[in-house]
Design a binder for this molecule. Structure first.
Ligand code: C2E
Ligand code: CA
Ligand code: CA
Length: 734
């Protein structure tokens, strides 16, 4: 459609240029194209000039104004402004039409006034020329006819008459006839010009001249009208003789002002100039506005669409949702938002590279585009987050059925560069009219439901009002966690491990802390969990490893070489950067002299035992040891655990808490300690809060303990003070 317009406008422009050049030729080159007046020539020439300029140069204040507003919109990348440019273009057109009229009409009035003035001037000039001409003619005739003897070229008198006639004709274009009196006093035409083949004119002129003959005046001037044309008759007495020379000149100024104003030629010329002005300026303005519209539309598209998947981006989501809401019959239909997050996309991106990551997103978006029902809109909300907006019958089963098919589509087999990829998707669902009629709120609710789905580790989650208050805090914090990691806003605390047999501190467990300016202390249970679900966990673990290594180096410098135990999350086992990072820290840093232990839960190991074994083997080859954290709470088989390079079993706090009162717990704890020893592991009792529990564990042969009874987790400085003061020793002695 656009190219069609383009062709038409090109044709139009070509026609205008041709017309403009034509008028230029008539006005300035040929002259007197349509009339004998100078003004018309100038007006035509100017009109032609204006048309050519208009058709070739795109210069117009209105256009520049529009262009400036479009570029301003582009600069601020503000879709609101693009929208304004587009929706306002009709207003702009009207405004510009007014502008155009306000320019063209005054210009025309000025041209008319100017032309009247020029006309008057022109008339005077012509009259002057006529008089002059009559004098010239009189001179010539006197020289060649009346006193030929006085003239050196008298012999060639016939020739001279012709020449004189020609000179007269050329010097003023209006001369048509010269008459003179012969010797007998008869009035004879001296020279006929083309136009005076008119007998009526001739006889009228002769009669008129005869009247002058009687007169004593020189240069008598009068008008005669023949066939509606006016002529000026002027008579000159030939000096030194009785002879008279009479000339008849076609008059350019026989009309009065009023006649001029209503004369058809003048009106036609004025109209012509007016039309040219309107046509060319309307053409420029329309084409400029269209161009500006196109620019704005293009910029609007770029600002509201994603370059990779060509899907609308988040800026359009509210409009899309609102449109759907407006279109449906809310009594029978609903609009459902499915917010989709691809779990672990970051890892795929990190491991396979961004090119394949992009390819994956394109493939996924292609799948999303084919989702039923037909008129489902897909929006790319962010890196790996999409939002589907669809209209369907009001029926929970249908909402769920769409969610299921979405899930199936997304998780169906897929390969990138021959590598099979497992995609996991989480869906948050919100719907109009059930949850809200505000697009913005619906998007927010879908977001909250998505976060909930991730937390519950379930495929889909339908929004419920109860989620909201909790989720706002969570979403805000989740967003802040990433920057907290990047900006070193997290801190570490250290909890000592005590060797029950040697009565000495044999290591510290490193635990991460986060204090948010608004929400205060956030439990690591909470944010570590979010980090795992949101893909931030690798960054978090990297940060902890690096920060712990720095602390370890500081303590070593003070002569303290305690082993460090650092917690790993299940996802860390798939992190390709983990092994290189640990290798670097071991090779160059303080961990080379302070043994490093990594704690993993049973479930982390059992999730994908082969992958876990692979990563753990690589790390233990570097000298890292492994502890099974929270032992007893997960689902592992002892036989299986034997295969892993595990040196430490940490019995979960749940079994220790009531160990001195609850026989069942005591039996379990004891058998876990024995089992650990069977597996050649050191056994650590976690969460020891009192001396009774300590003694019980001691009696069961437990190797190490950890818990508030020894010390709460301490900041680095507090820990060092505590450690140097040896405050733990009396506790053991007791
Ligand atoms: P965890 O690895 O089991 O860490 C021990 C938790 O028990 C710590 O809670 C510690 O403060 C608490 N604790 C220690 N002794 C006692 C006691 O005598 N009584 C009671 N009631 N609690 C005790 P914290 O620091 O809140 O950490 C909670 C969990 O957060 C950790 O459990 C661990 O799973 C996770 N976490 C903490 N730091 C990190 C980290 O750097 N990376 C990862 N991946 N996870 C971490
Ligand atoms: Ca731990
Ligand atoms: Ca633990």
């Amino acid at each position: 459609m656009l190219s069609k317009y383009h062709n038409i406008s090109q044709l139009d422009r070509t026609l205008r240029i041709l017309l403009g050049v034509g008028l230029l030729y008539l006005g300035f080159v040929r002259g007197r194209g349509l009339d004998a007046y100078v003004m018309s020539d100038i007006a035509l020439g100017l009109a032609g000039f204006a048309i050519v300029i208009a058709a070739t140069l795109k210069v117009c204040p209105a256009y520049l104004m529009l262009r400036r507003s479009t570029y301003k919109a582009a600069k601020t990348n503000n879709i609101q402004t693009y929208q304004e440019v587009i929706t306002n273009s009709d207003n702009n057109r009207n405004l510009i039409k007014k502008l155009q009229l306000s320019i063209v009409i005054p210009t025309t009035i000025v041209i008319v006034i100017f032309s009247l003035f020029i006309f008057d001037l022109n008339h005077k000039l012509v009259m002057q020329k006529i008089t002059k001409n009559a004098e010239v003619a009189s001179d010539i005739i006197q020289t060649f006819f009346i006193n030929p003897a006085q003239h050196s070229d008298a012999n060639d008198s016939k020739q001279s008459v012709d020449t004189a006639g020609l000179i007269v004709e050329d010097s003023i274009a209006g001369v048509e006839l010269l008459l003179h009196h012969d010797q007998s006093g008869q009035l004879l035409p001296l020279r006929f010009e083309k136009g005076v083949k008119n007998q009526a004119l001739l006889s009228a002129a002769l009669n008129k001249a005869a009247e002058f003959d009687q007169s004593t005046q020189n240069n008598v001037r009068d008008m005669i009208a023949v066939n509606e044309q006016s002529y000026v008759i002027s008579s000159t007495r030939v000096e030194g003789s009785d002879a008279w020379l009479t000339s008849v000149v076609k008059s350019p100024a026989t009309h009065g002002m009023f006649e001029l104003l209503i004369s058809s030629k003048f009106v036609v010329n004025v109209l012509l100039v007016l039309l040219m002005g309107l046509w060319s300026s309307s053409y420029i303005i329309n084409s400029f506005i269209t161009k500006a519209d196109e620019n704005a539309e293009m910029l609007h598209y770029l600002a509201t669409h994603d370059a990779l998947t060509k899907l609308p981006n988040r800026r359009l989501i509210n409009t899309i949702v609102q449109d759907k809401i407006d279109q449906i019959d809310a009594t029978t239909q609903c609009v459902t938002l499915y917010k989709v997050d691809v779990v672990g996309f970051r890892d795929i991106n990190d491991t396979l590279g961004t090119t394949l990551g992009d390819e994956l997103l394109v493939k996924l978006s292609d799948r999303l585009k084919t989702i039923e029902p037909d008129k489902t809109d897909v929006v790319r909300m962010g890196a790996d987050v999409f939002c589907l907006v669809c209209t369907h019958e009001k029926d929970q089963n249908q909402t769920q059925a769409i969610a299921n098919s979405l899930h199936e589509q997304l998780e169906a087999n897929l390969s990138l560069n021959g590598v099979p990829i497992v995609v996991q998707a989480r869906l948050g669902i919100s719907t109009f009219p059930d949850h809200s009629s505000e697009p913005e709120e619906l998007v927010r609710f879908a977001n909250i439901a998505l976060a909930q789905a991730k937390n519950q580790n379930s495929a889909t989650c339908y929004y419920h009002n109860d989620f909201d208050t909790h989720s706002v805090r969570k979403l805000t914090l989740l967003a802040r966690l990433s920057s907290a990691i990047e900006n070193d806003e997290l801190t570490l605390v250290y909890q000592p491990k005590l060797d029950l047999k040697q009565s000495q501190i044999v290591g510290v467990e490193v635990l991460v802390r986060w204090h948010d300016a608004e929400y205060g202390h956030i439990s690591p249970f909470e944010f570590v969990n979010w980090a795992e679900k949101s893909g931030l966990i690798n960054n978090l673990t990297h940060w902890v490893l690096i920060a712990a290594e720095k602390q370890c180096a500081l303590w070593q410098a003070q002569g303290c070489k305690l082993p460090f135990a650092i917690n790993l999350s299940p996802t860390n086992l798939y992190d390709r950067e983990l092994v290189p990072l640990v290798t670097r820290l071991l090779a160059t840093g303080s961990f080379s002299t302070s043994p490093l232990e990594l704690e993993l839960t049973e479930d982390a190991v059992m999730e994908d035992p082969e992958k876990a074994l692979q990563t753990m083997t690589l790390l233990s080859n570097l000298g890292v040891t492994f502890a099974i954290d929270d032992f007893g709470t997960g689902h592992s088989s002892f036989a299986y655990l034997q295969k892993f390079p595990v040196k430490n079993l940490k019995i979960d706090r749940a079994f220790i808490k009531d160990i001195d009162q609850n026989d069942h717990d005591a039996v379990l704890a004891r058998s876990m300690i024995n089992l650990g020893h069977e597996l050649d592991c050191v056994v650590t009792g976690e969460g020891v809060e009192d001396i009774e529990s300590l003694e019980k564990l001691q009696s069961f042969g437990c190797d190490h303990i950890q818990g508030y009874y020894i010390s709460k987790p301490l900041t680095a400085d507090d820990f060092m003070r505590w450690y140097e003061e040896g405050q733990f020793l009396p506790k053991i002695a007791a």
